[in-house]
Design a protein around this ligand. Structure first.
Ligand code: FDP
Length: 347
């Protein structure tokens, strides 16, 4: 018997244990972050389970716009948002919440306020739900100084000020649906997989490092006719490399959470550039661009907006958008060079 392997198998590093270990490195910490995270995890598990149930309900013909009582059924993204808002509010650890689903920020009742601001997209990739393709949740966390003086400015902060970011992404392994949660608290990136029999996230991808250069590019090429020159040239180079290397493969799920999850694990680049129709790109700064850029940098990659480091952006409104290029260090470096050259040409 391999005792070392056996000991490893029975010594499970759950997400909670991992975060408590981290917490013990900060004697001043009171466990607030661990409590907050357990409420975020609840939201992530809910989204995964609701999406699985919806798929099954559709298969056996139960889904529709109305439920058995004749009431209109809530759409999954609306339902997921409600679960997140309620879980985060009741945690007693949050003060402002910004969700992709809500036009305005939610200010938590003063009696329930804590020190954290959470920005999130409860159900990213919603256009992929009906076909069972990977979707998930994206979140970023800021900390405020004074919970008695809370304003929206507390979340209009550059991404480099986030204290943590993460994603939860659905998938399937051997016909069993899975949920993988990736988390960074600013000291590297760790990946956890939900063990459905235990209901616990177990550390399965410790200390994730993105390959320095990748062989995949991920972009919606249907927008190519509206791209600017550096983006168009970069994608051309992915297909016809100038250095004699093999062309990159194209992979595009269309759920940012899934495309970035793959990029983090396999390397390469994910692009959602500006184009003539959307000069600011499509993706939202606070709860898409920032958390993903935070994870990328923590894993050794880069995130660039076409103008500068993504985490330096200072959003002026909560649903602001930005172009984004993120992934392996060398791949992002290449597109940075192309943008720098086009700025020089224009000057
Ligand atoms: P979706 O509209 O399905 O919610 O957040 C927006 C998003 O998905 C991202 O998850 C995804 O990367 C992107 O939009 C896909 O946009 P395109 O359909 O324009 O490619």
């Amino acid at each position: 018997m391999d005792h070392a392997a056996e000991a490893h198998r029975t010594d499970l590093m759950t997400l909670t244990r991992h975060v408590l270990n981290e917490q013990s490195k900060h004697p001043e910490s009171k466990g607030d972050f661990t409590i907050l995270l357990s409420h975020i995890v609840l939201g992530c598990k809910f989204v995964c389970s609701a999406v699985n149930k919806a798929g099954l309900a559709k298969l056996i013909g139960l889904a529709g716009d109305t439920n058995v009582q004749g009431e209109e059924q809530k759409k999954l993204d609306v339902l997921s948002n409600e679960v997140f808002i309620k879980a985060l509010t009741s945690s007693g650890r949050t003060c402002i919440l910004v969700s992709e689903e809500d036009e305005e920020a939610t200010f938590v009742d003063p009696a329930l306020r804590g020190r954290y601001c959470v920005v999130f997209d409860p159900l990213d990739g919603s256009s992929n739900i009906d076909c069972g393709v990977s979707i998930g949740t994206i979140f970023g966390i800021y900390m405020i100084k004074d919970k008695n003086k809370v304003t929206v400015e507390d979340v209009l902060q550059p991404g480099k000020k986030m204290v943590a970011a993460g994603t939860a992404c659905t998938g399937a392994l051997a016909w069993v649906s899975t949920l993988q949660l990736v988390l960074s608290t600013g000291r590297g990136v760790n990946g956890f997989t939900l063990d459905p029999s235990l209901g616990e996230f177990i550390l399965t991808h410790p200390n994730i490092k993105i390959p320095k250069k990748g062989s995949i590019y991920s972009v919606n090429e249907g927008n190519a006719k509206n791209w600017d020159e550096p983006t168009a040239r970069y994608v051309e180079r992915c297909k016809f490399p100038q250095d004699g290397s093999s062309p990159k493969s194209l992979r595009y799920v269309g759920s940012m959470v899934a495309d970035v999850h793959r990029t983090l694990l396999y390397g390469g680049i994910f692009l959602y550039p500006a184009d003539k129709k959307s000069p600011n790109g499509k993706l939202r700064v606070l709860y898409e661009v920032f958390p993903m850029s935070f994870l990328m940098e923590q894993a050794g990659g880069q995130a660039f907006t076409g103008k500068g480091r993504a985490l330096e952006l200072v959003p002026t409104k909560i649903h602001e958008r930005s172009p984004i290029f993120l992934g392996s260090y060398d791949d992002v470096e290449e597109i940075k060079t192309l943008y720098a050259a086009s700025v020089e040409k224009e000057a």
